[in-house]
Write a protein that binds this ligand. Structure first.
Ligand code: CA
Length: 230
């Protein structure tokens, strides 16, 4: 059972979220504004914060920033739940380290699934340790080194960044454009085909672990959510 903090000022929306997440087996604590949300976050140390952006006092962005500035809360995943049309805030939210985004009006089922996915990712993760192990793959974030089944694989800086970016957003589809943006940076004018070429080379280098990087036809790529068994 995970402890979830919902920061949402609209009582109806708050009740729907609270009810359904409790139904899904979670312990749910609610806050009606940003300040109360931050106070509760420090008090209860939630496993996940569901955060509305349009709040009466502090904006969700400010709350997100405060969470990420807090030594003890910065590792807490944040799921932004906000109204359509707040695209700019969405970008800022991700820049500030929000883990995912659900647009209102949302489907309850989708919300519950997203929450589960984030909790699973965080349970599997190592809290930001330098080394991560995923199936036969081992990544040292700090040393920029990668091993497959114990053998070191020599990657270029770009290939390493590409691998790490996909790994850190695993189980989610990454469009070519999103990868271009995150790996190459949006200031470069590069064809999405470049992404394909680099992914192809990265897969060749990964050898037996190549299957961890899945192609999503017509969209982009997805790093596997769990290592293939066997
Ligand atoms: Ca609101």
């Amino acid at each position: 059972m995970a402890k979830l903090l919902v920061i949402e000022d609209e009582p109806d929306v708050r009740s729907v979220i609270e009810y359904n997440l409790a139904l899904a087996g979670h312990e749910v604590v609610v806050a009606g504004d940003g300040r109360q949300g931050l106070r509760l976050a420090r008090e209860i140390r939630p496993d996940l914060v569901l955060l509305d952006l349009m709040l009466p006092d502090l904006s969700g962005i400010e709350v997100c920033r405060a969470l990420k500035d807090d030594q003890e809360l910065r590792g807490t995943p944040v799921l932004v739940v906000s109204a359509l049309g707040e695209e700019i805030d969405r970008v800022v939210g991700f820049e500030l380290g929000a883990d995912d985004y659900v647009t209102k009006p949302f489907s309850v089922r989708e919300l519950v699934l997203r929450v589960r996915a984030i909790l699973r990712r965080h349970a599997n993760s190592d809290g930001g340790a330098a080394c991560v192990v995923f199936g036969s793959l081992r990544i040292d974030r700090e040393a920029h080194r990668v091993w497959v089944a114990g053998d070191e694989v020599s990657l270029t800086a770009l290939e390493f960044k590409l691998l790490l970016t996909m790994y850190e957003r695993r189980d989610r589809v990454q469009s070519r454009d999103a990868l271009l943006d995150q790996v190459w940076g949006s200031e470069f004018r590069i064809s999405p085909r470049t992404v394909d070429a680099h992914v192809k080379r990265l897969r060749e280098k990964l050898g037996t672990a190549r299957g961890y990087v899945e192609t999503v036809r017509g969209i982009g790529y997805r790093f596997a959510g769990v290592p293939p068994s066997g």
